[in-house]
Design a protein around this ligand. Structure first.
Ligand SMILES: Nc1ncnc2c1ncn2[C@@H]1O[C@H](COP(=O)(O)OP(=O)(O)OP(=O)(O)O)[C@@H](O)[C@H]1O
Ligand SMILES: [Mg+2]
Length: 228
């Protein structure tokens, strides 16, 4: 067990029901997880076992029916919407399988968007940080390119840079390499882990790729709504 102070995330006994009436499903059945800073944790398991549902809860995008979620030792599962939104912007970076970039904006504008929302930096500082992040993901030459004119792998790297924009202590990634070829998968994974380790962030990622799972510090196999 890691020291409490070193945990970016701790969740305990999470339960989640989805759907209504007869369609109501007990999707998560008591999930507990700790994510220490500087480590990459992989959640693996068959389609439908509840991985994305869990990531939504951990990212404070949805609320558990039972159980607790702490981000940086702060209990978030009972907080109101405003507190959860603020915590998300400040402490959590997301990378989704389909990156959800704003395609009609430049790479630079996409990476600056979370910084604008947080509102802590001047425009010049935001631009400088976005440039640094894009350089780190190998896109320093393409900062003014419209996202729609990037390849899938390049777009996913922009999504990684965007997730890191506000220096989150927790990075949540749902199949971040799911739509990429082998070479680009490796590049995005390496990038995510290297940047996370360099900055002492915790990464929790969902993957179906055994090679990627094998390279993570912690692997948690999930079946039918629980870790096994
Ligand atoms: N609104 C809903 N109503 C009822 N059941 C739902 C609802 N949303 C999701 N589910 C069910 O919850 C279960 C878990 O879904 P989830 O998306 O978390 O799976 P997953 O492990 O991420 O799968 P995949 O690997 O395919 O992405 C599935 O059986 C799904 O059908
Ligand atoms: Mg999923």
């Amino acid at each position: 067990m890691s020291e409490t102070g070193n945990l970016a995330l701790r969740c305990s006994n999470l339960h989640r029901y989805l759907g209504r009436d007869e369609g109501r499903v007990h999707v998560l059945k008591g999930v507990s997880l700790e994510a220490p800073r500087g480590q990459v944790c992989a959640i693996v398991g068959p389609s439908g076992c509840g991985k994305s549902t869990l990531l939504y809860l951990l990212g404070l995008l949805d609320q558990p029916d039972e159980g607790t979620i702490e981000i940086n030792n702060q209990l978030m599962s009972n907080s109101d919407d405003a507190a959860r939104t603020a915590a998300r912007g400040m402490h959590i970076g997301f990378v989704f399988q389909f990156h959800f970039l704003m395609l009609e904006f430049t790479t630079m504008e996409n990476v600056m968007m979370p910084m604008r929302k947080l509102g802590k930096l001047t425009p010049a500082e935001m631009a400088e940080r976005a440039h640094q992040l894009l350089t780190a993901v190998g896109l320093g030459e393409k900062t003014q390119r419209l996202a729609t004119h990037l390849s899938g792998g390049e777009q996913q790297r922009v999504a990684v840079a965007r997730a890191l924009a506000n220096q989150p202590s927790l990075i949540l990634a749902d199949e971040p390499t799911g739509n990429l070829d082998v070479k680009n998968s490796a590049m995005v994974f390496d990038l995510l882990t290297r940047l996370a380790k360099d900055h002492g962030q915790a990464v929790v990622l969902v993957t179906h790729n055994p090679e990627i799972a094998n390279r993570c510090d912690i692997v948690r196999p999930m079946r039918d709504g629980v870790f096994v």
